[in-house]
Design a protein around this ligand. Sequence first.
Ligand code: SF4
Ligand code: SF4
Length: 169
Amino acid sequence: MSQIDIKKFNRTVGRKKKGLAKFLRAFGKSEKKGILKIAKQAETETWKEIQCLDCGNCCKTMTPTYTRKDINRIAKHLNMTYQEYFDKYLEKRRDGDITNRSTPCQFLGKDNKCSIYAVRPEDCAGFPHFYRRDIRYQAAEKTYTNNMLYCPATLIFVEKLEKAIGEDL
Ligand code: SF4
Ligand code: SF4
């Protein structure tokens, strides 16, 4: 595998985002049975085509949302107090979310590896949130519509979903 060409990805997603957003709106409202099975298949096929270590774009351009538990765990790992960690790296946003203060993430290495992988935030561990029981809700809430702008795997995943059931929602 070679490094993902993010400029090319940005052009591709720019071209496709409107059509895929329309599909995701319909997907979010769909009552079709078997959607989870199709999503699982789409996820499996997606990870045959792309590897996160060739990308790292989420860690370069987005920020995780931290829980208090995340902060306690990571601070302990770094021999810091909760407050020391917060003051050094984090901010509380207007909506109450606690996030990194800046991007790229302070823990992203040059090799696209996370230096705190074993204790990383739950949000990072779950990203890009493909196979979930509440996948329709996530689609309706624009989780994939927003994430596909940054995440090449999400673009592939959504295209696979559309190909599998776009005509049949
Ligand atoms: S904590 Fe690790 S996985 Fe999460 S954004 Fe930072 S580098 Fe990426
Ligand atoms: S989750 Fe998406 S954006 Fe993050 S490294 Fe993997 S493919 Fe890239």
